[in-house]
Design a protein around this ligand. Structure first.
Ligand SMILES: *[C@@H]1O[C@H](CO)[C@@H](O)[C@H](O)[C@H]1NC(C)=O
Ligand SMILES: *[C@@H]1O[C@H](CO)[C@@H](O)[C@H](O)[C@H]1NC(C)=O
Ligand SMILES: *[C@@H]1O[C@H](CO)[C@@H](O)[C@H](O)[C@H]1NC(C)=O
Ligand SMILES: *[C@@H]1O[C@H](CO)[C@@H](O)[C@H](O)[C@H]1NC(C)=O
Length: 570
């Protein structure tokens, strides 16, 4: 146990965005120590956006901060505002003399990890009794607009969700044991990662931490050989893309064998076979290589934080020889509130049924035409109740009251109940606006549809009430666009191809084809497109750490391009 200052109300923040192996493992220890002493911990990560670290330190009145050695400079940028509350900084590593001087000039103390461990000496501290409703952590979420919101999460919420996960796994006959290994690479400030770590710690299972570089992630996985893997769709898309490239590069025979094996196994799984029984011979012959690429021991791949495209989900379910499950939840609901069931292909493209201990209902949204009581397809805003819910936004009762009504948390996401009890996320309540001719447009729904276009990695659709049509910025798929360029006589590197009017025309045509196939109305089709070779990223503040699009920031970033597109149409 860490020597902790026995103080009732000390708030602790840890600033750690990219963990190295040892630093990553220090953080759960810190969480446990805080829990034992009833100290709130406030995870911080600098990708929360410019100024967010300072905002959170001040808003949460943080008094002691634990910081990755290479991020101490970042911390010092929050001076002098943050020093109103902040009194102590602890480095997860060493302390640079220059930093020490600056910190002490501001009247604060700073310790290296080693020094910190010595502070408690031999002293023993009584652990005060805790209540279920005690707050355990405040997780700041970036949201897509406004200041970060401090989500208060009680001990009870975490204990409840941990039991729910356990029960879910037990029902699926996939119990966790001491041999299980989890690879943690999402920031610990991500509720999804935090909860899974709690589950693993409870079972005495192992957690490995990645080296902090996306390009090395697959290598890290190969080394650690995890059994459970949580992913955001972007990572799974990358794995999917990598597999596709390998197969294409493998030559005609290998490709043909792979395709035959795929069709056969997929067919059996669609008919209801369990993945491990659907094609045992092909598993040995073909798919075992895919499994080995993921370390060889993976049995559960959980995807959350954003919708996973249907074709990627189905593909991975077939080729990884493990359960690929999509889940849905928010920081406010303490991570997963829905998870799809293993070996159940009818749940493809959905987030599955609610997990144990969670109550769900839909609320009609008449202005968007969603009727929760429809006997055919009940649709509406997903509302959640139960012990996993957060206890409010810290110091923001106004915002709390907006979303928590009669005990029901209003998620802002539109769901559609399926007849098998699973939920499909189809839209977002807020992202709806009128075009100048008075037609309502729900952009997220459109992005889901256009996002399925082959060769489109990501798309942001824009329109407003002064324009009568929609435009879009697309992150084209590099391989796909280069392939097109090669066979259409367009030369140059990826960025040059993206500038090419013919390339734009091509992508626009593909989008239109998809839109027509999905029976979109005329005003819902995209009229002009810009191709950005760089994916929407956190560095440019275009997406949140959970990969949600930050629409106001996207608009700011692409404003001149948007203006140009509208001008060119007139
Ligand atoms: C820091 O203090 C300055 C001056 O009081 C203020 O303008 C600024 O908004 C503060 N920043 C934050 C994040 O509170
Ligand atoms: C959290 O709740 C569990 C079970 O109710 C209890 O054993 C534990 O001591 C509590 N911890 C805190 C920090 O409240
Ligand atoms: C797991 O499931 C089995 C069989 O359904 C049941 O007997 C057992 O009590 C369950 N264990 C837990 C921890 O829920
Ligand atoms: C999938 O789950 C639903 C709901 O539990 C169930 O009705 C259906 O039979 C399951 N399908 C398979 C193939 O297990």
């Amino acid at each position: 146990m860490l020597p902790f200052f026995a103080s009732e109300n000390w708030l602790v923040a840890s600033l750690s965005c990219h963990f190295t192996v040892c630093e990553g493992s220090q953080v759960p220890t810190l969480h446990k120590a805080c829990n034992a002493h009833g100290i709130y911990c406030v995870p911080l990560y600098d990708t929360l956006g410019a100024g967010a670290v300072e905002f959170v330190l001040c808003h949460a009145e943080v008094q002691i901060a634990f910081v990755e050695e290479k991020k101490i400079g970042e911390m010092l940028k929050t001076f002098p505002n943050a020093t109103k509350y902040l009194k102590t900084i602890v480095s997860f590593g060493k302390v640079d003399p220059g930093h020490k001087e600056k910190v002490e000039q501001n009247g604060l103390s700073i310790y290296s990890w080693e020094e910190f461990l010595q502070l408690g000496g031999e002293e023993k501290f009584e652990l005060t009794p805790k209540e279920k409703d005690d707050i355990c952590t405040i997780m700041y979420t970036s949201g897509t607009t406004g200041d970060p919101k401090g989500v208060l999460i009680s001990n009870k919420s975490i204990v409840t969700i941990v039991s729910a996960v356990d029960e879910f796994l037990n029902n699926s006959n996939e119990q966790l044991g001491g041999d299980d290994v989890y690879i943690s690479y999402l920031p610990l400030a991500h509720i999804f990662d935090r909860v899974i770590e709690e589950v693993f710690i409870r079972h005495g299972a192992s957690i490995g931490f990645w080296r902090g570089d996306v390009k090395l992630l697959v290598e890290d996985i190969g080394e650690l050989k995890p059994t459970v893997f949580c992913a955001v769709p972007r990572v799974l898309d990358r794995i999917y893309g990598g597999l596709q490239d390998k197969i294409t590069a493998g030559g005609f025979l290998k490709k043909t064998l792979f395709n035959v094996a795929y069709k056969y196994k997929q067919g059996n799984m669609l008919k209801g076979s369990k993945h491990e029984e659907a094609a045992a011979v092909f598993d040995k012959l073909v798919f075992t290589k895919v499994k080995r690429g993921l370390g060889g021991r993976v049995r559960l791949i959980l995807s959350g934080a954003a919708p996973l495209s249907r074709h990627v989900e189905e593909y991975l379910r077939v080729v990884t020889c493990s359960h690929v499950l999509q889940g849905y939840g928010l920081t406010e609901t303490c991570a997963g509130s829905f998870v799809s069931l293993p070996n159940n292909m009818s749940m493809l493209g959905t987030v599955g049924p609610p997990v144990p201990y969670v109550e769900v209902r839909l609320e009609s949204v008449p202005e968007m035409g969603y009727d929760a009581l429809s006997s055919e397809t009940p649709r509406g805003e997903i509302c959640i109740r139960g012990d996993t819910l957060f206890s409010g936004y810290y110091k923001r009762e106004d915002l709390t009251n907006e979303v928590l009504v009669d005990g029901w948390f209003h998620t802002g996401d539109i769901g559609e109940w399926q007849s098998d009890g699973s939920m499909k996320i189809i839209d977002r309540k807020k992202n709806i606006f009128k075009l100048s001719q008075g037609e309502y447009v729900a952009v997220e729904n459109l992005e889901n549809i256009f996002g399925q276009t082959p060769g489109v990695d990501s798309i942001w659709v824009y329109g407003n009430s002064f324009e009568s049509s929609l435009v879009a910025v697309v992150n084209p798929n590099k391989q796909a666009l280069e392939r097109w360029a090669e066979s259409n006589g367009v030369t140059g590197d990826f960025a040059t191809i993206c500038e090419d009017p013919k390339a734009k025309e091509f992508v626009l045509g593909e989008l239109t084809k998809m839109g027509k196939e999905k029976k979109l109305k005329g005003f819902e089709l995209i009229r002009a497109v810009h191709l950005d070779p760089a994916p929407f990223d956190m560095e440019r503040d275009l997406i949140t750490p959970t990969y949600k699009k930050k629409r106001p920031q996207l608009l700011k970033h692409y404003q001149s391009i948007i203006d140009g597109m509208y001008k060119s149409m007139k």
